[in-house]
Every structure is written in structure tokens, then in C-alpha cells.
Write a protein that binds this ligand. Structure first.
Ligand SMILES: *Cc1c(COP(=O)(O)O)cnc(C)c1O
Length: 387
């Protein structure tokens, strides 16, 4: 690259930690109880995470993918069912349904917010539809007013894939207050992390109790007699993970505050670069934790987009090519796929097709940088695109 750009913009590192995480790990270690059934950390984390999201119950699990799988099972999804998912998402949204033998039905997304298109969702409902799974893309909540209305009218429950949406709010209401189960991820790149992990929040106590049983081999909390009550698996979080996550949760609000200040600045600078269109927002999403800084370069080829990503990385910007439409993967067709070829799905998902080619995202650690660093990031983007 020419122009003498700095190779390292010195953006903040991710994950972030200090003595709070260290102490969390040591608490778990020294308590001498390393699984949730006899330890205190997972239970403490669940209480704090539920309260933070305004939900009566949270259940910690091993990953965001397992959280989705467990929630779908609780909602009655199995062989023969259909689950509506946005075509533009991380593969776990559809894979979780397909692992249960349910058909994942991809629908298109909104060209501004990249969240599930509600009219397309309504058109995809059949008498086999068991769940509608909106994904809150990069922290921008899907249109929860319209989706809750659609869910009420159709009788099909929502399952929020909130893997990007820790701390998000819709018209002042938190994710746990929106009336449906929400699934979170604590994988290494997510907004709070212990390397791996996941959680569910539940508006309903009976659903939560059933999820507890199923995440622990069908075994009640106090069982000592191997009286397994339901089928299930082992999705239990360990105590070390929860010790770290309690510290990560405590620092989440201040990080969201910084990202909420930086994104309007960075997106304004990006919007001034010819050919760049930042992810749009919906004013009803009153708190956006900004899991990714996303933008499009409409009309660019996939190959050129990938070359831009490589040059951004060379310029010190933590850039990534965005997801490809889920039906453009080999994995999607392995089991419980729709009874239609990929081209038929693509014809109904033109926006997801475009996003697969023209969308780029920057790691959220970018948005933890200074105002000067936002200018430096935008300068690198402008220089790469001018070249
Ligand atoms: C990360 C992610 C998941 C899965 O979470 P894991 O903890 O990695 O299993 C699910 N959905 C979306 C949209 C994600 O980005």
C-alpha cells in the first residue's frame, strides 16, 4: 500500500480484562467446586445476567449455538417443523434448527438494517412453521413491533438470536422484556466473552424449568437417584466461565456507552466516502451495543470486496468480509434443507445476495477507540477505496 499509512492504528485489544476477571477465575478455582450444580458462580452469573436484561430467568449454557438449539427444542421444534431465519446471518441460526431435524426457511433482510424482512417473514409462514427467529444484526434490533404483532396474529413464537445484542433496547425495553426467549453468545469475539459460552433469557417460568432439565441430561437440580425427568444433553456452563463472565458483564455498560458515541462519528465519516453506505439504524432501537461496524460498497464484486478487506487489514483496520447467505454454504444442504434449489431461494433473497458480496464489517474493538482513531480508520477506508 502507498501513502505511508500507519500499519498499526493502535486500536484497543479484545478481549479486555483485569483483576476482576482474574478474581473471578480464582474464586471458581478456590471454591473447590468446578461445576454449576455445587458451585456459586454460574448461579450468580445467571441472576446478574437476567436482572441486567430485565428477564425473570436466565440459563447459562456452553455456547450460543447450544442456546439456540435448546430454545428451539423448548418451543417444540423437531423433525417436520419449519423455522424461519434470515438468509443473512451466522450459520448457527439455521444450523441449530437443522440439528433438530427441522427445515430452516431463509427469508430476505432489510437493505438498511440487515435485519429480517417482516413482509417476507409473513409470506413464508406455513402450517408447519414453529418458530420465527429474528437476528439482531450487529446490535441493531429487528423490527420488534411488527414481529411481535406477526407472532401474536399467527400464533408462531419468536426466538430472538441476540448473539450480537447484549444490553440492547427497543423503545426503552431491554431484550429480556420483549416477550420472547432470547439467545446470547459469549464466544471470543462477542460483546462479553469467556472464550466460549452462551445463555438464554426466558419470560416464562415453565419454559425456563424445562430448559434447565434439558440442559442437564433431564436431571432435576437436587437429584441424587438418577431420576432423569426428560430427554436432554449436557449444555452446562462451568464455574470458571461464569467467574469471568460476571466481570465481563460489569464492564459492558461502559463499553456500550463508548461505542454508542463512536459509531455516529465513524458512520458519518464513512458515509462521506464515495461508494460507502454504512448500516442504517431504526430510531426505535434506543440502545445499540454495536457488535460490528458494518458498511456496504454497493455494486462491488465479491472478489474486489475481499481485496478491500485484505488492504484494510494491511492498513491496521480489523476488517472482515460479512456473512454469506446461509444457503450459499455446503453445510446448509447437508440435512433438513428446503425442498428447493439454492437459486430459487436466492431469487427471493436479493438483499442477502448483495450483502454477501458487498458488505464489510469492522470488529467492535474499533469503536472502543478514540475520536482521533475513528478519523484514522475512515482515512484508511477512503485511501483503500481510492486505490
Ligand atoms: C456467534 C453467533 C452465534 C453462535 O454463538 P456461538 O457461541 O459461537 O455458538 C449465533 N448466532 C449469531 C448471529 C452469531 O453471531
Amino acid at each position: 500500500m502507498s501513502g505511508g499509512l500507519p500499519k498499526n492504528l493502535d486500536l484497543p485489544a479484545w478481549p479486555q480484562f483485569d483483576d476482576a476477571e482474574r478474581n473471578g477465575l480464582l474464586r471458581a478455582l478456590e471454591q473447590g467446586q468446578w461445576w454449576r450444580v455445587t458451585g456459586q458462580e454460574v448461579e450468580g452469573f445467571e441472576r446478574e445476567f437476567a436482572a441486567y436484561h430485565g428477564s425473570p430467568h436466565a440459563l447459562a449454557v456452553t455456547s450460543g449455538t447450544h442456546a439456540l438449539e435448546l430454545a428451539l427444542q423448548i418451543l417444540g421444534v423437531g423433525p417436520g417443523a419449519e423455522v424461519i431465519v434470515p438468509a443473512f446471518t451466522f450459520i448457527s441460526s439455521s444450523q441449530a434448527a437443522q440439528r433438530l431435524g427441522a427445515v430452516a426457511v431463509p427469508v430476505d433482510v432489510d437493505p438498511a438494517t440487515y435485519c429480517i424482512d417482516v413482509a417476507a417473514t409473513e409470506a413464508a409462514i406455513t402450517d408447519r412453521t414453529r418458530v420465527i427467529m429474528p437476528v439482531h444484526m450487529a446490535g441493531q434490533l429487528a423490527d420488534m413491533d411488527a414481529l411481535v404483532r406477526l407472532s401474536t396474529e399467527s400464533g408462531v413464537p419468536l426466538l430472538q438470536d441476540a448473539a450480537h445484542a447484549h444490553g440492547a433496547e427497543w423503545r426503552g425495553r431491554r431484550v429480556g422484556e420483549l416477550g420472547s426467549i432470547a439467545a446470547f453468545s459469549f464466544q471470543n469475539g462477542k460483546l462479553m466473552t469467556a472464550g466460549e459460552g452462551g445463555a438464554l433469557t426466558f419470560p416464562d417460568t415453565a419454559q425456563y424449568e424445562l430448559a434447565y432439565l434439558r440442559h442437564s441430561c433431564g436431571r432435576p437440580r437436587t437429584d441424587r437417584s438418577y431420576l432423569h425427568q426428560t430427554s436432554g444433553s449436557n449444555f452446562r456452563m462451568n464455574e470458571f466461565t461464569a467467574g469471568v463472565l460476571r466481570a465481563q458483564l460489569a464492564r459492558l455498560d461502559s463499553q456500550i456507552d463508548v461505542r454508542e458515541k463512536r459509531w455516529p462519528l465513524l458512520s458519518g465519516l464513512l458515509a462521506r466516502i464515495p461508494g460507502v453506505v454504512p448500516q442504517g439504524s431504526d430510531d426505535r432501537c434506543t440502545r445499540n451495543p454495536h457488535y460490528m461496524a458494518m458498511f456496504r460498497i454497493p455494486g462491488i464484486s465479491e472478489q474486489d470486496r475481499n481485496a478491500v478487506v485484505d488492504r484494510l487489514i494491511a492498513g491496521g483496520v480489523p476488517a472482515f468480509a460479512a456473512f454469506r447467505a446461509i444457503y450459499r454454504t455446503k453445510a446448509f444442504w447437508e440435512m433438513a434443507a428446503p425442498d428447493e434449489p439454492a437459486e430459487a431461494l436466492a431469487a427471493r433473497c436479493p438483499v442477502s445476495e448483495e450483502l454477501s458480496r458487498d458488505c464489510i464489517w469492522l470488529h467492535h474493538r474499533t469503536l472502543l477507540g478514540t475520536e482521533e482513531q475513528m478519523q484514522a480508520v475512515a482515512d484508511v477506508v477512503a485511501e483503500v477505496l481510492a486505490a
